[in-house]
Design a protein around this ligand. Structure first.
Ligand SMILES: Cc1cc2nc3c(=O)[nH]c(=O)nc-3n(C[C@H](O)[C@H](O)[C@H](O)COP(=O)(O)OP(=O)(O)OC[C@H]3O[C@@H](n4cnc5c(N)ncnc54)[C@H](O)[C@@H]3O)c2cc1C
Length: 402
C-alpha cells in the first residue's frame, strides 16, 4: 500500500484548500470551533451545506448522477482532513450519509426524484427514527405500529434519542406492520414528509452537557401515504440493514481525532502547572499526548487500508467494526486529556458560550469552551451507531468464528 498522495490527489488537495480559504467565513469557522457535540449548530451547518451544494460538494459520498461529486475514497478522505483542519462546521447530514444511498438502491424513480435533489441542496433534512424505549441494540423488537388504512398508514408509538428531530423537516423510520412471525419479518421502512404532520410531537431530551441534540418523538394516529414506503411492506429489515452499513461505515475517523488532539495540545500550551511550567512541557502529560497520537496513527493506517479496499470495490467487512471501537475509545481518551489539561476551567457550565456569535465574557478561556461538553457528549460515541459491545459481537462472529 503506497501511502503517499499521487499528483492528482495533491492537485485535488490544493483545490479543496483554496475553496475552504475562499468560502469558510470567520462566523462559520467559529461555529465549527464552538461545536460541543457531534454536529455544528443547525443554522450554521445548513448555511455551510448550501455553500458546499453550490460547489457540488454537499453529498461527498454520492455518485455524479444523483448530484454528488463522484469522488474516490481518497478524495473523500482528503476533503474530510482539510475541512476539520480549518474547523469547518460538521453538518447534520443523515440524508446524505444514511437515507440517500438507501433511496438510490430501493426507491422508485418518483421517490428518487422527490428526495435526492432536496437532500443535496439542503432543503430536505432527514432525522432517523430507529430506536425506541426498549429497542436499541435489539432493534428488531421495535413496537411502533403502522396500520394500513386506505391510501395511508396510520402510525402509533414512539421513537427515542432522535438526533436533531427538532431541526429536521423529514424523518425516515421503521414501523411494525405485522406482529406475527419472526420480528425481522414484520418491519416496514417509511418516509415522513413533514415533522409538522398532525399527531407527531417532538419532545426535547437535554444532555448532561446542557445541549438539546436528542429528542423523543411521539406518534398519535399520524397518517403517512403508502407511496412513502421504501421497499416492500414487511421487508423493511433488509432496507434498515443496508442503511446501517452506511451509518456504521461512518465518516473518516482519524482527521477528526488529529484535530481534537491538536485542540488539547493548544490547551496544554496555554495552561500552567502548579510550579508555573507549561503543561505541554511536563513529561507525564506530553507522553500521554504522544501515546494518543500513536494510537491515531495506527488507526489511520487501518483507515487508509479500508479506503484502499473500498476503492478496489472490496467490502472491508468486520474491520469497520474494529475502527468504530478504536476510533470512539481514542476519542474519549483525547476528551479526557482535554478536561484534565483545563483543570478547574472545565467546570463552569456555560452552554450559551457555544452559540455562534456569542461575544460576552466567559469564565473558561476561549480555547477551553468546548472541552467539557465534548467530553460529556462523546460518552455517547461508544453507544450510538451500534454500541461497542455489539461491534465486538460482530468481530467475535465474523473474524474469530465464535
Ligand atoms: C447521542 C445519541 C444519539 C442517538 N441518535 C439516534 C438517532 O438519531 N436515531 C435513532 O434511531 N437512534 C439514535 N440513538 C440511539 C442509539 O442507536 C441507541 O442508544 C443504541 O443503539 C443502544 O441502544 P439502547 O440505548 O437501547 O441500549 P441497549 O440496547 O439497551 O443496550 C444497553 C447496554 O447493553 C449492551 N448490550 C445490548 N445488547 C447486547 C448484546 N447482545 N451483547 C452485548 N452487550 C449488549 C449495550 O452495548 C449497552 O452497553 C442515539 C443514541 C445516542 C446516545
Amino acid at each position: 500500500m503506497d501511502l503517499a498522495l499521487g499528483p492528482e490527489d495533491r492537485a485535488f488537495q490544493e483545490e479543496v484548500h483554496a475553496f475552504l480559504r475562499d468560502n469558510l467565513t470567520p462566523e462559520l469557522r467559529q461555529a465549527g470551533m464552538r461545536t460541543g457535540g457531534v454536529f455544528a449548530e443547525m443554522e450554521a451547518g445548513l448555511r455551510w451545506h448550501r455553500i458546499l451544494a453550490r460547489r457540488g460538494w454537499s453529498a461527498t459520498t454520492w455518485p455524479k448522477e444523483h448530484g454528488g461529486p463522484g469522488w474516490t475514497a481518497t478524495q473523500r478522505y482528503i476533503f474530510a482532513r482539510e475541512c476539520v483542519a480549518v474547523d469547518a462546521p460538521r453538518v447534520f447530514n443523515m440524508g446524505v450519509r444514511m437515507v440517500g444511498p438507501v433511496v438510490m438502491k430501493f426507491g422508485t424513480p418518483e421517490q428518487k426524484a422527490k428526495y435526492l435533489p432536496g437532500i443535496v441542496s439542503g432543503d430536505i433534512v432527514f432525522c432517523q427514527g430507529y430506536s425506541e424505549p426498549g429497542s436499541g441494540s435489539d432493534l428488531a423488537s421495535l413496537r411502533t405500529r403502522a396500520e394500513p388504512d386506505g391510501d395511508d398508514y396510520v402510525i402509533n408509538g414512539t421513537k427515542i434519542w432522535t438526533t436533531f428531530a427538532h431541526h429536521a423537516n423529514h424523518m425516515f423510520l421503521l414501523v411494525r406492520t405485522r406482529a406475527e412471525g419472526k420480528p425481522q419479518d414484520g418491519i416496514t421502512f417509511l418516509l415522513i414528509d413533514s415533522m409538522k404532520t398532525p399527531g407527531l410531537t417532538v419532545k426535547p431530551i437535554i444532555t448532561m452537557a446542557g445541549d438539546h441534540e436528542v429528542n423523543q418523538v411521539f406518534f398519535d394516529n399520524v397518517r403517512v401515504p403508502r407511496s412513502n414506503r421504501l421497499g416492500a411492506e414487511n421487508e423493511g429489515w433488509t432496507v434498515a440493514k443496508y442503511l446501517l452499513e452506511y451509518e456504521r461505515g461512518g465518516e473518516a475517523y482519524t482527521p477528526n481525532l488529529y484535530a481534537r488532539l491538536e485542540d488539547v495540545r493548544r490547551i496544554a500550551r496555554e495552561e500552567r502547572a502548579d510550579d508555573g511550567s507549561r503543561l505541554i512541557e511536563m513529561r507525564d502529560f506530553s507522553e500521554r499526548l504522544a501515546a494518543a497520537e500513536i494510537e491515531i496513527q495506527a488507526l489511520e493506517t487501518i483507515e487508509l487500508q479500508v479506503l484502499s479496499d473500498l476503492s478496489r470495490g472490496r467490502n472491508p467487512g468486520a474491520i469497520s467494526s474494529a475502527m468504530k471501537i478504536r476510533g470512539s475509545e481514542t476519542l474519549q481518551k483525547i476528551d479526557g486529556l482535554g478536561v484534565e489539561a483545563l483543570a478547574w476551567y472545565g467546570a463552569p457550565f456555560e452552554p450559551e458560550a457555544r452559540t455562534p456569535g456569542w461575544n460576552a465574557p466567559t469564565v473558561a478561556p476561549d480555547y477551553g469552551i468546548t472541552a467539557m461538553p465534548l467530553y460529556l457528549n462523546n460518552r455517547a460515541a461508544t453507544i450510538y451507531a451500534g454500541s461497542n459491545e455489539i461491534q465486538r459481537n460482530i468481530i467475535a462472529k465474523g473474524v474469530l468464528g465464535l
